[in-house]
Design a protein. Sequence first.
Lengths: 182, 539, 193
Amino acid sequence: MSSAVLTAILAMTTLAAVLGLLLGYSAIRFRVEGDPIADQIDALLAQSQCGQCGYPGCRPYAEAVAKGEAAINKCIPGGEATARALADLLGREPEPLETEVQAPKVALIDDQACIGCTLCVQSCPVDAIVGAAKQLHGVLAAECTGCGLCLAPCPVACIRMVPVGSDLAHWRWPAPTERLAA
Amino acid sequence: MSVTNPESEHGQSRLWTFHGGLHLPDEKALSNDQPIEPLRLPPLLVIPLRQHIGAPARPGVRVGDQVRKGQVIGTADGYVSAAVHASSSGTVIAIEERRIPHPSGLPAPCVVIATDGQDAWAPLPAPLTDYPHLDPALLRERVHWAGVVGLGGGAFPTSVKLRSERHIETLIINGAECEPYITCDDRLMRERSVQVLEGARIIRTLLGAERVLIGIEDNKPAAIAALSAALADTGPDTHIRIIPVPTRYPSGGERQLIRILTGREVPTRGLPAQIGVACQNVATTAAVADAVLLGRPLITRVVTVTGRAVARPGNLAVPIGTPLSHLVAHCGGFRETPRRLLCGGPMMGFALSDLEIPITKAFNCLLALTAAEAPDPGPALACIRCGRCAEVCPVRLLPQQLYWHARAKAFDRAQGYNLFDCIECGCCAQVCPSHIPLVQYYRFAKNAIWAHEEERRKADQARARHQARQARLERLEQERQSKLRKKREILDDTTAATVPGQVADGDLDARRALIEAAKQRAAAKKAAAQSRIEPVDQG
Amino acid sequence: MTEYALILISTVLVNNFVLVKFLGLCPFMGVSKRFETALGMGLATTFVMTLSSVCTWLVEAYVLLPLGIEYLRTIAYILVIAAVVQFTETVMHRQSPVLYQVLGIFLPLITTNCAVLGVAILNTQQGHTLAESAVYGFGAAVGFSLVLILFAGIRERVTVADVPRPFQGSAVAMITAGLMSLAFMGFAGLVSR
């Protein structure tokens, strides 16, 4: 090999080595701990822990979205607003939800049928049901997120979901409909 | 901050202007010559428990109760709330949801009173005629008891508004009544000028303000004259000045009037108290006077019934809770079917669907417009970016940008353009050549943002509860594990202690002995329990 | 001093790298949908361009020329630029993880951004000194950022406007870019170069 080729190879190798060392140093110096993206995604979710997204809770879904494994339109209780906010945060195209957004609901326990088994109390992910063994259980409507996880465990099927938000306190001005002239 | 309001040699105050605004045909001649007429009592009074900003009043009566005029039927619930009183004597026949004046048309809890025609007063608290020497807290308490709220349309509980941490140096009494058609404040100023002035004095005492400025649009010369005469009659009062302001919509907006009279601007999303100013409507002021000097609660208000669809437009003194049909009947009914029936004025009012809804504290005008007065603007055209809306906005916002972003549901961008400073005056929609319903977009955007914030708050709460639950379950699990560990340790220790020196067999025997002992204890307990139960079974 | 001012005006306005030289169009079209991302991308590219202008000049002066291996210029420059971009990525991942996530693939694509390599090679071709190279690189990046931000601002407004269906999306974006380029032609002759 001629010395010119050798010089060239040596020079490039040295250059590459030096740059590599610098990059290695910066990788250690600027290491990122934890997953701040997942935290920010989690902050946008509805937190009903319902599992309708296919993940066991909101945090796992947030982490999956952060990794890019999950689509951003899976949070049903969050609705369009959450899908849009996630799209904005992550710079992706907003995707419409796959399922219809339903009216918000809260759980209601029929006090005549409740047997006090505490199975629903244990199943609520936000501790919105109060009650002790062999005592009447009640749902704290203000804390209930409408996830519906309490319906299945009840052995006497005394829980039902009732719609909320159709009264004066929850009324909102509707979006103006555009009847654009032809 | 000291207030400067330099006067010229003629004693005129300096006036400032606000940006934008419109000169609208004021249509006040339809009703401004009609003196306030008392209304015949309706057979039924439907009094909503929430006629104010804040928490609804808690009902203080039950179905079947006899109530007297001025009796408290709903107590204020919490800090921002107001009391509700019976407007006449009668029997409470229901406390239920009834339709109320609201753009949604939804019902709300109301106390329904069947009037007995007696109009008998309940015992009223003593007049506080010596108010200059009384504790302001006492006066505030009286205003609070009387259920006085902002009668200019805002309906904010007055006793809360009059409680300010900051020092108020200027009290502005809003007699502008800038919206077309409405004349109730005009007539009030002409006919009850003494009460208005007394109310201003009372509020001044309450707030400790240095001066009072009464702003009246110059299209109400009779009202200006009446108040000036009353001011002259009730003794020299250098603290109160009556100031005519140029007629321009919306000079009656709180912030606009403050700007006109003092030259100062209320900070964005702030309150007038931050610049040492308080603003009260003339009707509210008169109501304060009634509460303090007569001990009377707020149970009537002046309502203008106008519009060319009404046979005899006029101004009526209406008991709160009177159904609208009663007012229309008093004014001779409709000359023709109104094309639009509004609560409020043509700029800021909202449409009503039926006439059985009651008059509330904030209901200042029933406007029945003919097709000629309110022609259908047709479908909205595309925005041509002409910029006329920005020229007329009194708050100096960019309505066009707010429109584009509200329409695209990009609410954070809309908020960035100070959406929440919009006073929904309607000037922009009025001048838009494409008849775009701009204010509807802003209302929609504001509501959507509020709903979103509420959802975020709830989500944060749910997350916190969920995390607390996870922590609790983990803690319980750990406790269980440590208990198990301890038990195992004790078991090992015990076996080791009871049989020293002997290893394998001894351990096993010792353990067996312990298990046997436990079994026997359990059997004994069961036998005892059985023997207790059996006598009951046999009985 | 005037020499540097002239370089700046030339690179930012007259010979703008995106709208006149038509380099760096990939991130220009791809990262300009939202104002905040455009700003972040502009800052990242400014950092990369300035640093790589300096580094490539040093490599050219102290490695390539003395050893007579100028024919390896392209490879050497790409090596340097790639390292600088990787360094920028690492720092950004730490400092602003959201921006890192949002820029996504466009961040490492700065490596292949022809504007960055273009700046480096143009510096060599025009025989700039170290200081001139730095200013040239910085000016090019400022011009790039300026156009990116302007474009993002316009695109945001155009997105919510009533664009006819055939033109929605990339079509109207291209037309806008063309019109902006026409506008920047107005600067021609401002600096005689």
